[in-house]
Design a protein around this ligand. Structure first.
Ligand SMILES: [Zn+2]
Length: 148
């Protein structure tokens, strides 16, 4: 079974979303896989140094932290419950291990997850990755006055 995503360009421009996510997770340009994706820990480059793909219009926003929280929460809470059920650990072990593991996992996963999200956005031609202008920001509804 294959999954197909249809972006604004229709079937003409399907991109390999698995490859794009994989390249993003590795911190590489989702288009070519050669250029760096990040110029700092969580700051993507504006343009790929290898293929000149524009990357400035990515909008990963809050999705990477949500994904990281979900992954780390399952690992840490699952591990804690298993340790409580099958282990006889002193409390200080728990107090030392779980917060430390949480911080390490969050820091280790944040950049790869953000890269994967940017790769998915590129593959789906979201936010200008399809060559068209990005959708303008949604404007707030006009407020209604008391006397229309
Ligand atoms: Zn590139």
């Amino acid at each position: 079974m294959s999954v197909q995503f249809h972006g604004p360009a229709g079937d003409a421009g399907l991109r390999d979303w698995r490859g794009a996510i994989t390249r993003g997770v590795k911190g590489r340009c989702p288009h070519c896989g050669e250029g760096r994706l990040f110029r700092a820990f969580l700051k993507p480059v504006d343009r790929c140094e290898a293929c000149s793909e524009d990357l400035y219009h990515q909008r990963a926003d809050d999705l990477p932290p949500y994904i990281v929280i979900t992954i780390v929460g399952h690992v840490v809470v699952g591990g804690l419950l298993l340790a409580e059920k099958y282990g006889d650990w002193p409390m200080w072990w728990h107090m030392a291990l779980w917060p430390t593991l949480t911080i390490i996992l969050c820091l280790a996963l944040m950049q790869p997850v953000k890269g994967g999200v940017i790769g998915l956005q590129w593959a789906l031609r979201m936010h200008g990755f399809g060559g068209e202008a990005d959708q303008p920001e949604r404007q707030p509804l006009p407020s209604r006055g008391r006397n229309p």
